[in-house]
Design a protein around this ligand. Structure first.
Ligand code: NAD
Ligand code: UDP
Ligand code: UDP
Length: 313
């Protein structure tokens, strides 16, 4: 049994990871400042004898004794990471320094939740880990993209300079239960709009693409990466390779919900990537990983979750 620190553990992905680690028989220390995390995401774990919650902002030092760290703390949706962009960069950069300092002192391994956003609006398609990306360093998405890029730099420098064992996962768009209803991400927006028979808001002409990964697949890849041997540092892409346009996504959600919603077209946000698709050959080779849940099956589960949440008012 290990004692494992999960930063951002009250968030969407963090709460699923905490559940998974408890199931594996570990002790979990969940650290979160509740900026976008929610109590209800961890509610079912609060009584678990192996679960502990600590309210803390990782931009400040943290002195605890643990065996492994998963660093997930950071708002992930544009609406939230652009709300306080300076804090977003601080969370990625100062948060990484503090968590790496902790890992260095304790001589333990640490995983960084990086993102496909390090590729920006990609000029190479699909995106392999070797692609250096196309990011606007001064645009509205930069606090997130550049913060995450700098965090990767810090991870590799602590690895090279101080011998810290690191695992860097580049996560592509992920969805499922425990997503925040109001975080403005496309899947939560479209499902809620469809369930309320409100207009579905397509940004731009809806031809931009994303590749959506169901949360259980993502957690499997993240957990799997942490179990790999020391030489495997990543970065490794984890995402579902099936690419979908936002128009196709809207149509599928309309079909699955039986909604009467109309489509409305709004302005495309600045620097919105036109396409995104993971090259997952490394995940297949090093993690023996592949996505198991297709978009339709994952959306059905996610729609059922949002129906339940709406029913609770
Ligand atoms: P989320 O917003 O649901 O979770 C982030 C959690 O971090 C929240 O609980 C929030 O309160 C906490 N947090 C934020 N700033 C903090 C700080 N300074 N100190 C302590 N806690 C803080 O987002 P998510 O979708 O669960 O994303 C988790 C991680 O995965 C993030 O690092 C994100 O960048 C990365 N990621 C997610 C996706 C995705 O599609 N969901 C894609 C790529 C990368
Ligand atoms: N740190 C922490 N917890 C620890 C050890 C370090 O939060 O258990 C913080 C520490 O406050 C420092 C950062 O991690 O700001 C980086 O640590 P490192 O040892 O690399 O840097 P130094 O302390 O030498 O500046
Ligand atoms: N999007 C949309 N309508 C919405 C919310 C988002 O068309 O109500 C688009 C958005 O412009 C982007 C895609 O859906 O092209 C994915 O957006 P999201 O914020 O979920 O993720 P990210 O852009 O960070 O990949």
């Amino acid at each position: 049994m290990k004692r494992i620190l999960v930063t951002g553990g009250a968030g969407f992905l963090g709460s699923h990871l905490c559940q998974r680690l408890l199931q594996e028989g570990h002790e979990v220390l969940c650290v979160d400042n509740f900026f976008t995390g929610r109590r209800q995401n961890i509610h079912s774990m609060l009584d678990h004898p192996n679960f502990e919650m600590l309210r803390h902002d990782i931009t400040f030092p943290l002195f605890v004794e643990v065996d492994e760290i998963y660093n997930l703390a950071c708002p992930a949706s544009p609406v939230h990471y652009q709300f306080d962009p300076v804090q977003t960069t601080k969370t990625s950069v100062m948060g990484a320094i503090n968590m790496l300092g902790l890992a260095k002192r304790l001589k333990i391994k640490i995983l960084q939740a990086s993102t496909s956003e390090v590729y920006g609006d990609p000029g190479v398609h699909p995106q392999p880990e070797s692609y250096w990306g196309n990011v606007n360093p001064i645009g509205p998405r930069a606090c997130y993209d550049e913060g995450k890029r700098c965090a990767e730099t810090l991870f590799f420098d602590y690895h090279r300079q101080h011998g810290v064992e690191i695992k860097v996962i580049r996560i592509f768009n992920t969805y499922g239960p425990n997503m925040q209803p109001n975080d403005g991400r496309v899947i939560s927006n479209f499902i809620l709009q469809a369930l309320r028979n409100e207009p579905i808001t397509i940004y731009g002409d809806g031809s931009q693409t994303r590749s959506f990964c169901y949360v259980s697949d993502l957690i499997e890849g993240m957990y799997g990466l942490m179990q790999t041997s020391k030489e495997i540092t990543g970065p490794i892409n984890v995402g579902n390779p099936t690419e979908t346009t936002m128009l196709e996504l809207a149509q599928l959600i309309l079909e699955l919900t039986g909604s009467k919603s109309q489509l409305v077209f709004k302005n495309l946000p600045q620097d919105d990537p036109k396409q995104r698709n993971p090259d997952i050959r490394q995940a297949a080779e090093f993690l023996n990983w592949k996505a198991q849940v297709d978009l339709k099956a994952g959306l059905e589960k996610t729609i059922a979750y949002f129906e339940k949440v709406m029913g609770q008012g």
